[in-house]
Design a protein around this ligand. Structure first.
Ligand code: ZN
Length: 333
């Protein structure tokens, strides 16, 4: 699949490879789902291709073929769940010194079949202190053939000493036009499905791809939306009933509820955006904008965010949902 968003970033990387001027260490940063890993793999492909053409990799050489089939020996993707050889330590939330030692060991072996050995460290903000220090040691004298790429959501979570050693590359969400071009080039979707995906993905390529590959997910989104609408459309006593259900679901699975509340807030943002710039409609039968004005919808977003943060602070969940039900405006008649 072809890179489409952040084309300027891609072109910059392509030119640096063509001119043979690049760094041993990169940090790709930007919001969730904007395609940081995809960009890292595209960049790796530029670096490893045997016969680059004007547009990019040739797609024909052994290196290109291996990359396309996701099994190039000289590209390693590491995250906190990557097993550490010879270590019994189980799953951890951190990227640990063992991971970095393994990178150093493999980097010193040199590439297996191409010019470079590339290490992509996903969610690099999870490097613990020991691992960060070990990585800084590697940067002091990096093997000439090794290139490391850190992927992070929030660059400020990395140690300043690490940030200062890196070539930093920021990635952004795609514009509606870019997203539309991308979807029509790579998928055969009808216009209304395409528009729904553009709205729901808010410029995040990974999310748009998963929706386009599995359009039945759109029905789930619609269900989430309808639950939000029903909640807003109901009177106080009904809301308090729903509060009880939300609260008991929260006690069994927190992540489901966080996900739902975040989606509710995303839906409100989509409705407001549509009001201002006349972008595409989600075309749902139940329209939030028919029962609330923009100020009220804005208020709902704030209440949802407040609800999430109170839940994270371990407040009594039943109470938090009751307060949410009381504070969300009553619908206009
Ligand atoms: Zn090639």
């Amino acid at each position: 699949m072809k890179t489409f968003a952040n084309n300027n970033v891609y072109n910059l990387l392509k030119n640096s490879v063509k001119r043979d001027i690049f760094s041993h260490f990169y940090i790709f940063f930007g919001p969730d789902d904007v395609g940081k890993k995809r960009m890292a793999l595209d960049f790796s492909n530029l670096l490893l291709c045997d016969s680059l053409i004007e547009e990019g990799p040739c797609k024909n050489c052994e290196n290109c073929k291996k990359i396309t089939s996701d099994n190039h020996f000289d590209i390693q993707i590491i995250d906190n769940n990557t097993p550490i050889e010879g270590s019994k330590d189980i799953k951890s939330d951190q990227i640990r010194i063992g991971h970095i030692h393994e990178i150093i060991r493999v980097a010193n072996l040199g590439p297996f079949m191409s010019k470079y050995k590339i290490f992509i460290v996903d969610k690099a903000e999870k490097l613990n202190t020991e691992a960060s220090n070990a990585f800084l040691k590697l940067l002091e004298e990096p093997p000439t053939s090794s290139i490391s790429i850190f992927l992070v959501n929030d660059i400020s979570l990395l140690y300043p000493t690490i940030i200062s050693r890196a070539q930093r590359i920021g990635l952004n969400v795609a514009s509606e036009q870019d997203m539309s071009n991308y979807l029509s080039e790579n998928f055969s979707l009808d216009k209304s499905t395409e528009n729904k995906i553009i709205q729901l993905s808010s410029g995040k390529i990974k999310l748009a791809e998963s929706l386009a590959n599995n359009t039945s997910l759109l029905d789930d989104y619609k269900e989430y939306y309808n639950r939000l609408f029903d909640y807003c459309n109901s009177d106080l006593s009904e809301r308090l009933n729903i509060s009880q259900k939300l609260s008991s679901r929260f006690r069994t699975d927190r992540s489901i509820i966080y996900n739902e509340l975040n989606l509710w807030s995303d839906f409100c943002k989509i409705v407001i955006k549509k009001k201002y710039n006349k972008s595409h409609d989600l075309n749902y039968e139940n329209k939030l904008e028919n029962i609330f004005d923009v100020n009220q919808i804005n208020k709902i977003i704030l209440i949802l965010l407040k609800t999430i943060s109170s839940l994270r602070e371990n407040a009594n969940s039943r109470l938090v949902f009751d307060v949410m039900g009381l504070n969300i405006p009553e619908k206009n008649h």
